[in-house]
Design a protein around this ligand. Sequence first.
Ligand code: SAM
Length: 218
Amino acid sequence: MERTGSDGVYREGRDLYTVNAVPGVKVYGEILRSVGGVEYRQWDPFRSKLAAALLRGVPDDLLGGVRSALYLGGAHGTTVSHLSDAWPDATIYVVEKSPTAFAPLLALARHRANLLPLLADAQLPERYQADVGTVDLLYQDVAQRNQAQIFVENARACLAPGKAGVLMLKVRSVTQRGSAAAIVREARRVLADAGFTLRSETALDPFSREHVALTVRA
Ligand SMILES: C[S@@+](CC[C@H](N)C(=O)[O-])C[C@H]1O[C@@H](n2cnc3c(N)ncnc32)[C@H](O)[C@@H]1O
């Protein structure tokens, strides 16, 4: 296992791993491997867009030095579980609006003290801003029509100046019309108008054909 530039993320060959914070327990059926007495969980890029983005070359220092993060669209916790492994000392606030998805997220957090799930709508950051405070990283994966605007409003509410953000843009959730390139361009414009500096734009194929990862600095 080799370290990568991302804190707590390891690589062997083409595969990414994190050290399992809850040994013996799988979160989504992933492979567990023991190496030198340490248990690693394989991070599946077909199940997690963040793993796909790392493999496709987003700047991996993005996941360095994070003490607190706001994660929008936690779902059942697939990606969140790997961040929980990778950053044992960080605090990761996880917003999810579906009660059905929230139940397994809550169960995950019972064994992972660095996860703080919030049953809330990411379109209303004013409802959780006081609980979250200011974070070092904003991560968004919510597949809504106004994804870029939701990102901007959450950054204004909770992201510290100069810190990083990741927007997993689901292109066809924005509109079925127009080219994918035009939709991405429009999202970039919304981010630039709000004062963000674009660091990278990464298509996630072959892992996810529908998403583009935009990384920014506030
Ligand atoms: C594609 S899934 C997220 C997958 C997850 N990020 C992962 O990698 O493991 C999108 C999630 O966003 C949630 N979602 C959609 N709109 C939302 C909103 N406005 N506020 C909070 N969560 C939302 C959905 O309920 C769904 O669970």
